[in-house]
Design a protein around this ligand. Structure first.
Ligand code: FE
Length: 213
C-alpha cells in the first residue's frame, strides 16, 4: 500500500467514526431496542419521558428560579445560601444544588470533569457538548478559551470560577439581570434566561431582550 493509500484509508476510517454515535449511545440504543422487542417497555413511554425532560423539566424551571431571584432579594439571599431548600420553595427538586452568582467582576462556569453530572431536575437534559471530553477537560485547564469559543469574551478583570460537579453536588449559575428589564414581569424575565447562561457558557443576556417581547 502506498503512503497515499494508507492516508486515504485512515481518513475514511476517521470519517466513519465521526459519523457513528458514541459507544455508550449505541449500547443504550441496543438496550432500548431489546426492551421494546421483548415488550418490557413501551416506546411511547420512553418518548414521553424524553419530552418531559427536554420541554417541561428543561431549562424553563431554571429560568423561573433565576427570574424569582432577580425580583426578590430575600429569595436570592436564601437561594445563594441554601440552593436545595430554596429551590424546593418553588416546587422543584433542588436536591444537592448550589447556586453561584455571576457579578460584574466574577463569572462562574460549570463542568463535571469525571462524567456528566448536571442539574437535570432544573435544567432538563444536558447538551451533548457538556458530556464531551473536550469540554470536560478544557473547562478547567482553559476556561477563558472555552468561553471565547462560546462567544463569551471576558475582560481580564473578570475572575472565572470553575465548579466541578459530582453526583452529590451540582451547580446552577445565577446570571446577571440585563439593564433595561426593571419593569419586566416574572414570566418574561424567565423566558430571557437560557440554559447556557445557567451553565455559564453564556454571560450577557442583553442581546436576547428583543426575542422575549
Ligand atoms: Fe459526573
Amino acid at each position: 500500500m502506498t503512503e497515499h493509500d494508507s492516508k486515504t484509508v485512515q481518513k475514511i476510517h476517521e470519517e466513519l467514526h465521526s459519523h457513528l454515535p458514541s459507544e455508550p449511545a449505541l449500547r443504550v440504543k441496543a438496550l432500548e431496542s431489546l426492551l421494546i422487542e421483548k415488550n418490557m417497555v413501551d416506546p411511547k413511554t420512553v418518548d414521553a419521558w424524553i419530552e418531559v425532560y427536554t420541554e417541561e423539566i428543561g431549562p424553563k424551571c431554571g429560568g423561573q428560579i433565576v427570574a424569582r431571584a432577580w425580583l426578590d432579594p430575600q429569595f436570592k439571599d436564601r437561594l445563594l445560601q441554601d440552593g436545595s431548600a430554596t429551590i424546593a420553595e418553588l416546587g422543584f427538586d433542588g436536591a444537592h444544588l448550589t447556586v453561584v452568582e455571576n457579578t460584574a467582576d466574577r463569572h462562574n462556569l460549570i463542568v463535571c470533569t469525571l462524567c456528566s453530572c448536571y442539574p437535570t431536575t432544573v435544567l432538563g437534559m444536558p447538551p451533548n457538548w457538556y458530556k464531551m471530553a473536550a469540554y470536560r477537560s478544557r473547562a478547567v485547564r482553559d476556561p477563558r478559551g472555552v468561553l471565547a469559543e462560546f462567544g463569551v469574551d471576558l475582560a481580564d478583570d473578570v475572575a472565572v470560577q470553575v465548579w466541578d460537579s459530582t453526583s452529590e453536588l451540582r451547580y446552577l449559575v445565577l446570571p446577571q439581570r440585563p439593564a433595561g428589564t426593571e419593569d419586566w414581569p416574572e414570566d418574561r424575565l424567565a423566558r430571557l434566561v437560557t440554559r447556557n447562561a445557567m451553565i455559564g457558557t453564556e454571560r450577557d443576556l442583553t442581546g436576547r431582550m428583543k426575542e422575549t417581547g
